[in-house]
Design a protein around this ligand. Structure first.
Ligand code: SAH
Length: 419
């Protein structure tokens, strides 16, 4: 039986006997905790030598000299690698009523055991996970890693576990295109601690449904042409909640900074002295074409891509079919965009794909050419949300291959330049 305790080692003397790699791990932990380490050894490994060089530990080049070496130590590390010497160190520490950690072959024999630890940075602060496993360091290491990754992954609901004082926080979290699994780990972590979640229409719905009832979810969903809450009102809401001491996740579709007004929301919060963390998301501009088998760049086919919302910006975009154009929020203005794309010089035969509800269970891919896109879209009844992709890369989509007899499907050049 052992009693797990936390030692305040700041400024306290710790003696390590031995200079091998096993000692280094223990010494590092002690140094990190602020202990003043003296290493007693005739030889030290490279890592320990480096610590001695920077002055993080003191190294006395000597054989273990008995009880005087341990004088004044609060803690001893026995790791000389010599069974007889380590036994003497343990016995001397015992006589001096000082705890002794064994490292190496007989690590279990020491009067103290180092746990395997990991520090996890959570929105509330840093949590240290430590595991003792009866001297089995491998097991302890594995358990520590599992627990730390569960915490890091946001799977544990940590709301109201830490006292909230003063000002709260705001995080703009990119929720990805709506599919399960495309929200980042950091995003989940923040959602596991937020008091309030302010969500967009295109934010991942399943995530919202999994939140406990105690979390206030404010839906500021913007359907096209129907602004449920004006941008200023959203900014005010974020500020008010944070100033009231609450943790706020602003959950957005895709990436917060891609046509998502994330920048405006951040500035509005910062103007009121609220720190904002921005968590990038998987943007639909890239992920939704990918879901239809379309890479936005492809060696020998397209070397770049432009993301725009509609016809106004199109005259400025490179007009070759080897430059991919991705239109977001483009369904309502499809006809005008097609006119602008053709006017810029793209051929009527330029391939186009419209991907509706990308990565969601009812995703639909429609392929056409610029010349017949408007008619095709009307015939199938294309609706928001959808991403429109224009350019030769569309020929890589299985949907194109299934409907078009391409004499020469795109292939990367043999020794083309890297992209
Ligand atoms: N910030 C978001 C884009 C917001 S603009 C991002 O990075 O993805 C909203 C537009 O995104 C929609 O009109 C549509 O064009 C596109 N969009 C978002 N999610 C989509 C999805 N699952 N399928 C198709 N289009 C999507």
């Amino acid at each position: 039986m052992t009693l797990p305790v936390g030692l305040d080692l700041r400024g306290r003397r710790v003696v390590a006997v031995g200079g091998g790699p096993k000692v280094v791990a223990a010494v590092r932990d002690v140094v990190a905790a602020g202990g003043l380490v003296e290493v007693v050894a005739t030889w030290v490994c490279e890592d320990l030598a480096a610590l001695a060089e920077t002055g993080e530990v003191a190294w006395r080049t000597a054989e273990y000299g008995g009880p005087p070496d341990l004088f004044g130590a609060w803690l001893v590390v026995a790791g000389s690698g010599d069974v007889a010497v380590d036994a003497r160190v343990r016995a001397d520490a015992e006589d001096a009523a000082t705890w002794c950690i064994g490292v190496g072959a007989d690590s279990g024999a020491g009067s103290a055991h180092l746990p395997r630890s990991a520090a996890v940075a959570l929105p509330h602060g840093t949590v240290t996970v430590s595991t003792h496993a009866g001297g089995d360091d491998l097991l302890a290491g594995d358990v520590t890693r599992v627990v730390a990754s569960v915490l890091e992954g946001g799977a544990v609901d940590l709301r109201r576990r830490a006292p909230r004082t003063g000002i709260g926080w705001v995080a703009l979290v990119g929720g990805g295109p709506g599919a399960d699994g495309l929200l980042t780990t950091r995003g989940r972590q923040l959602l596991a601690t937020a008091d309030v979640v302010v969500a967009d229409r295109l934010a991942p719905r399943a995530v919202l449904e999994s939140l406990p009832a105690s979390v206030r979810v404010v839906d500021v969903g913007k359907a096209p042409g129907r602004h449920v809450l004006a941008q200023d009102a959203i900014n005010d809401l974020l500020v008010t909640e944070a100033l009231a001491g609450r943790g706020v996740v602003r959950l957005k579709g895709g990436d917060p900074y891609v046509l998502g007004r994330g920048g405006e929301e951040r500035l509005a919060c910062e103007a009121r002295g609220i720190e904002v963390e921005v968590v990038p998301g998987v943007t639909s501009a890239v992920a939704v074409p990918a879901a239809a088998g379309i890479p936005v760049t492809h060696r020998g086919v397209a070397r770049g891509f432009t993301v725009v919302t509609g016809h106004d910006e199109l005259p400025e975009v490179p007009a070759g079919t080897d430059h991919t154009v991705v239109l977001l929020m483009g369904v309502g203005r499809l006809a005008r965009s097609v006119t602008a794309l053709l006017a810029a010089g793209r051929p009527a035969g330029c391939p186009v794909a419209v991907i509706e509800r990308g990565l969601l269970p009812d995703q639909r891919v429609t392929v056409a050419t610029l010349g017949d896109l408007v008619a095709t879209a009307a015939a199938v009844g294309v609706e928001n949300p959808a991403v429109v992709v224009v350019g030769d890369v569309v020929r890589l989509s299985p949907a194109w291959a299934a409907t078009h007899d391409d004499p020469e499907p795109p292939r990367p050049p043999r020794d083309g330049i890297d992209q």
